[in-house]
Ligand binder design. Sequence first.
Ligand SMILES: [Zn+2]
Ligand SMILES: [Zn+2]
Length: 346
Amino acid sequence: MKAAVLSGIENLEIKDVDRPACNSGEVLIRLEACAICKTDTKMFHTGHRDLKLPRILGHELAGTIIEVGKGVHKFKEGERVQVAPGLPCGSCPFCIGGVPNMCDNMSIIGFHHDGGFAEHVLVPANGVQNGCINKIPDSLPFEEASLAEPLACCINAQELCQIKPGDVVVIIGAGPIGHLHLQLAPIFGASEVMLIENSPERIAFSKKAAVDCLIDSTKVDPVEAVKERTDGIGADVVIPACSAPEVPVQGIEMLKKRGRIVFFSGLPHGYKNISIDHNLIHYNELQIFGAYGCTSEQNRKAVKTLAMRKIAVEYLITHHVSLDELIKGFELVDSHKAMEVVVTSF
Ligand SMILES: [Zn+2]
Ligand SMILES: [Zn+2]
């Protein structure tokens, strides 16, 4: 089968590799859509903590089942599915405790196992057993279903920071993830959502998408702008949806007393520490959450939310590329000229 194999930093080749054998308990899927995540381009340029090379990347995927291994009764050939890429072990204290995305033995499709930038992808037996394959209705196009995974990561973050009815939520970063958070927050009950951005391309895109409250942080101080719009009180919840290291610091400064911030994005390669005001957290009883990845249950919720058309993703898919054009797709994702770029022909 044709596959994009990453063998080293910035060493990616489209080549012919053996189609994975579908053994007992496993499910083989023919790819129909695989979205390019910012994490894919990060792995391409600088590697990743969880990446084992050589690897076929791609973890935001949807396709058709073409083979099921012995003992698999829940699925059959021809079914349209989305895959939650994080495969939990199902038996460590975190899996048993209901937070499988924190599994001690987690392995991830596109990181530890070959992923979706190929004609076929194999879902290992622990993924099949632990609910990582979600059937999708005929009404949901594959390319939209491929965005269930990033939406599931947003659901994870918003569940963690407990958005409640009436909350004012600020999203920093108007990329595709920012736009998913923007649409998701009102479902959790947010009464007002503000979107902060500094890139001219993304500001223009967001204006075209008729975002209600868009703050251009090249023109105004974002902390003051949020304070001003909240009568000096600040935001209930801030979600940084970009990796700029100054953003979490600003986010903390724009919180209301008892406000919550969720560190959704990792910092860029080479950055580790940020400087935050300890006393601001102490006196104002601020709460800081971390969020990484998502559970298979959150993927199921994301698929349902997309299928019910509660969140629009069609307008976010600005580019389609073929597998042969994957590098071009990575460049588009890095450039801010694109929002979501989805590989749709393999
Ligand atoms: Zn991703
Ligand atoms: Zn586990």
